[in-house]
Write a protein that binds this ligand. Sequence first.
Ligand code: ATP
Ligand code: MG
Length: 558
Amino acid sequence: MTDNAAEPSTDFVREKIRNDNTSGLYSGRVQTRFPPEPNGYLHIGHAKSIALNFGIAADFDGICNLRFDDTNPETEDQDYVDGIVEDIEWLGYTPHSVVYASDYFEQLYAWAESLIERGLAYVDDQDAEMISAQRGGFTTPGVDSPFRERSVEENLELFRNMRAGAYAEGERVLRAKIDMNHENMQMRDPVLYRIRQAHHVRTGDTWVIYPTYDWAHGQSDAIERVTHSICTLEFDAHRPLYDWCLEHLDLPAEKPEQTEFARLNLTHTVTSKRKLRQLVEDGSVDGWDDPRMPTLRGIRRRGYPPAAIRAFMDHIGVAKSNSTHDIELLESFIRTELNRTALRRMAVLRPLKVIITNWPSGADDLREAINNPEDDTAGTRLVPFSGELWIEEDDFKLDPPPKYFRLTVGREVRLRAGYFITAHDVATDASGKVTEVYCTYDPETAGGQAPDGRKVKSTIHWVSAAHAIDATVNLYERLLLDSNPGADGSDPLSSLNPNSREQLSNAKLEPALAEVEVGQVVQFERLGYFAVDLDDTSVFHRTVGLRDEWANIQKRKQ
Ligand code: ATP
Ligand code: MG
């Protein structure tokens, strides 16, 4: 599955860059940018764009800036800016520079005046509703604004008044003067500036007019000398406008070019900041960094290794048409990476007491256990064993169903890295629930083998009760039950799973788990991979289970 490590990535975007380099466009220079709007935290979809933009810069010896597209003052926040910088570093990429569209407000304004001077922009006094109504449709032409033929002088004066704060929000906008009958709706005199009486995180109250995406984006690219401006397919229709803006300014011949690629869609996942914010605001999750969230902060707390996310992005590649990937495929990359790197430990999530009735009283014992069978250098550890142990509740059954091979009265099983034990009796509470299991152990089976060669059908994990560490372990299920949330036109959040988190607050851990580091991921034997919480080392989050569901999906498809 991850057999692509040695191969350099190739895709249609890189192919285009190679051709541009061959033809000498940009003199072989390659510069990209990742342009998030700081109105929320990054999600797994953004990781695809990050991997592409930063990956291309690395492959072609170029540079990639992080540019904040901070042109909507009301929704943007410094916390998001800081979080985005942090998340990109976490993912393993370092921007050449961190820049802001707002750094260019003065230049963008000057260029807007130059458009007016060329008769290519005008101030419109109509409100957004009217402008939208006049835009027409795919089959109907637009209607010229009654303000379209204003003189250059009048437009300049009104635009300067707009900047000076002479009008209320929505009273006037600046529009490009292109063609109200253009077959591309984006070209029907798009709005370039609107009035916003809002405080901007970086420019404060300096501005009351703000450029739209279309006016800010291409020009920001040009100012930074971006060569390849890579964005998602929905901007396809904006490309003629992107080019139009650049054509009508005094810029060097070398103009940036926009290339669109298919966004990442994952099953059971929404990748829209607006929807993710809604989950946070209505309390469906604990915050943007809840381990159930597909945000980079969320999956980081969940324990997803950045290397696995990068390998996944590399594997799925970059395409020109939209498609949806199974979340199980991403999870199998997470599992593959963790299988290689995670230390094995024992933890009991739903504890049931086992008492070894022939254990010498007061004796303690240390059992040697392998830290990671996939990594010879990881060595072994000593795990304390004693006469009172915790095992998983469901590793014992009083009335075992057919094919149940774990512990039951009269049966012998192996304790991992411990001994063979045989259950002979139980204690129950008033409701008949088993509260203690009494077993004998065979001292001859210390290495997990019986000298007489007798076999057991199962091996279970355990933690010595006297040495156990208490912990809370969170198990997660899909946050959204629908595999393609919103695909049928319904609200993408309508299939919210009310049972997406199970908190087990009585888990028992082997003592080596006292030494974990914040954020570390370990394998709890037989249970899955678990990440230590970033703030509280007594809390663990299940990153992924052990079973490769992706392999099962593939088998079913065959
Ligand atoms: P959202 O709808 O979540 O707010 P956005 O596109 O508005 O997403 P931006 O902050 O503007 O968010 O996005 C920054 C960059 O990331 C853009 O170039 C955008 O195209 C890209 N991007 C956003 N979502 C995805 C995705 N699912 N897959 C790939 N790239 C994405
Ligand atoms: Mg956006």
